[in-house]
Design a binder for this molecule. Structure first.
Ligand code: SAM
Length: 224
């Protein structure tokens, strides 16, 4: 069973995401365990301090090395072969190919969620990969960790309903995006489902979908 451990100051943020839909089902079916490790428990002194001001000056606070280090050590003791992923805007931008690659690996994962202005850089000694969810700055690493866990877990065998579900999705071949889809009714407020999808001609439908996928991919990559 694949084990995901998330080190965070805000474990309560994960309750809804880990407790719903496919993430909940993957745990219920024994495919994964999704856990949080409360960084506060490793805080220093009676106030359980986890952050301090940066050497050299500057705005904001940083997560201190000692609580973070101890939390990672505990996670590694739970799962010695787990890979440590640090959430950081500086990291490699997450994409479907990475989700696929990680879903095929046997190892578990330890996620480190930064907060405030970030973390003491020495934590990199324990980190295998630095990962970003995009070129923008969020308040903390929790949303990135949720995004990445979700993108890996849904690709694990047995999680999605139909085996084909993930194969025909956007990015699954590295370029094209999913074609437009419609369900009942055939017409809604004058908006019609494309004729070809109602034709029953499987060849024509497949051709239309293929063209639409390529078009969607072209349009997206032209924007970027
Ligand atoms: N001072 C940092 C900087 O300028 O890069 C930003 C710190 S951010 C407010 C706090 C934490 O949120 C980061 O340490 C990181 O863990 C997480 N974070 C923010 N944006 C992220 C992104 N795009 N991808 C991954 N993690 C992110």
């Amino acid at each position: 069973m694949k084990r995901f451990q998330v080190i965070t100051l805000f474990p309560e943020m994960f309750t809804g995401v880990f407790g719903s839909s496919m993430m909940w089902k993957a745990q219920k079916d024994g495919i994964v365990t999704l856990e949080t490790i409360d960084l506060r428990e490793f805080g220093l002194g009676p106030r359980k301090q986890v952050d301090d001001t940066p050497y050299g000056g500057g705005d904001g606070m940083l997560l201190m090395i000692e609580p973070l280090w101890k939390a990672v050590m505990q996670a590694k003791a739970n799962d010695p072969s787990a890979k440590v992923l640090l959430m950081t805007p500086r990291g490699e931008r997450w994409r479907q190919a990475l989700a696929q690659q990680h879903s095929e690996s046997d190892s578990g994962y330890i996620f480190i969620c930064g907060r405030y202005e970030g973390y003491d850089e020495r934590i990199l000694e324990l980190v295998d990969e630095e990962v970003s969810v995009g070129d923008y700055v969020l308040t903390g690493g929790e949303l990135p960790a949720m995004t990445i866990v979700d993108s890996i877990v849904r690709l694990l065998p047995g999680v999605l309903g139909g085996a084909a579900s993930a194969e025909i999705e956007s990015f699954s071949d590295g370029e094209t995006l999913e074609f437009p889809q419609y369900t009942r009714p055939e017409e809604f407020q004058g908006l019609k489902v494309p004729e070809v999808l109602l034709s029953g001609h499987h060849g024509e439908i497949a051709k239309w979908r293929h063209e639409q996928s390529i078009k969607a991919g072209d349009e997206k990559y032209r924007q970027n």
